[in-house]
Design a protein around this ligand. Structure first.
Ligand SMILES: NC(=O)c1ccc[n+]([C@@H]2O[C@H](COP(=O)([O-])OP(=O)(O)OC[C@H]3O[C@@H](n4cnc5c(N)ncnc54)[C@H](OP(=O)(O)O)[C@@H]3O)[C@@H](O)[C@H]2O)c1
Length: 298
């Protein structure tokens, strides 16, 4: 599987930020952008891993520290981007964790909720002024097929106030990422901004995301066979992200997934998200709630 140049916009000299790009699908997407001539910012939380990715990707890519568990760190990252670049063409919110043990950030947020959802919202709103008036710019949020498993939003347990269940938290934050994208897209159109918001998911790809699974599930010969038979490589999983970020036939509010029935393995295709995403009241309630948590408004 390959990205055909005619299927994506010219990325020469475009400023592209990819969060969580030191490994996995973020790394592969960043490499594709850099190979297409983009100036790629590798927004990663660890200096050593970030610099290593910068060396491997090359092509003028640049590591800048970003840790989505800290509002202070995101503020600092945004200041650096503003002073060094002044504008952004593509913001690809990709960083994420799955099933970490229950932990709270300095802001009192459960880790999955903080990184996979609040961090996306916070970073996007901090960088919005640098992207909203840039022609053909895009804000892309990565989600997962896990979002189809979320059946409701319990606002009383949004931040695991009542209980923390790893799997339902992961399903929920992935739904929130898509709902955030669609509400953002609506607001961008209402305010007649240039940038569009697009959501996507990578199918199922072999990456470090399984790091919090029990040892026997994440290592070994059997898992390699399962992955190569039913799932995809990190490179293949990155392709829906690249299409969402630069595809020529993608428009605001699209959800780029995979062209097979269960959407685990295949080629990028615009698909339909969970029906809850189309509930206007739910999206507005979520947006207002998130504004209160972050103290950021749009
Ligand atoms: N792989 C799949 O099958 C799959 C399926 C559906 C959705 N996704 C989504 O795809 C995205 C990328 O995941 P992946 O599969 O490529 O997993 P991965 O290999 O574990 O990559 C995750 C990236 O996020 C970074 N990250 C974690 N915590 C962070 C923080 N606090 N601040 C900044 N960056 C942080 C990681 O950095 P470190 O290396 O320093 O930890 C890493 O670069 C995630 O959002 C995930 O939910 C993946």
């Amino acid at each position: 599987m390959e990205i055909l140049k005619e299927n994506i916009h010219n990325l020469e000299n475009k400023i592209v930020i990819v969060t969580g790009s030191n490994c996995g699908i973020g790394f592969e997407a960043a490499k594709i952008f850099a190979n297409q001539g983009a100036k790629v910012v590798l927004a990663c939380r660890d200096d050593e891993r970030g610099r290593n990715a910068e060396e491997l990707i090359g092509n003028g890519s640049k590591y800048i520290n970003l840790d989505l568990t800290s509002f202070k760190n995101i503020n600092n990252f945004s200041k650096i981007i503003k002073s060094e670049f002044g504008s952004i063409d593509i913001l690809l919110n990709n960083a994420g964790v799955m099933f970490p043990p229950f932990t709270k950030t300095d802001e009192g947020l459960e880790l999955t909720f903080a990184i996979n959802y609040i961090g996306y919202f916070y970073l996007t709103l901090k960088l919005l002024d640098l992207i909203k008036n840039v022609k053909n710019s895009r804000i892309v949020n990565v989600s997962s097929i896990a979002h189809y498993s979320a059946k409701e939003i319990n606002f009383e347990n949004l931040n695991s106030e009542q209980n923390y269940d790893k799997a339902s938290t992961y399903n929920l934050v992935n739904l929130l990422r898509v709902m955030f994208t669609m509400e953002l897209e609506k607001k961008l159109r209402e305010k007649e901004m240039e940038t569009i918001a697009v959501a996507c998911h990578p199918g199922v790809a072999k990456t470090n995301l399984t790091r919090h699974l029990p040892g026997f599930l994440k290592k070994g010969f059997l898992l390699n066979i399962v992955f190569s038979t039913f799932f995809m490589s990190a490179y293949e999983g990155a392709l829906p992200l690249v299409i969402a970020a630069a595809g020529t036939n993608v428009k605001g509010g699209d959800f780029v997934g995979i062209d097979s029935k269960r959407q685990m393995k295949g080629s990028p295709k615009i698909t339909k998200p969970n029906d809850l995403v189309f509930d206007d009241n739910l999206r507005i309630k979520l947006w207002n709630n998130t504004q209160e948590i972050t103290g950021l408004y749009f």
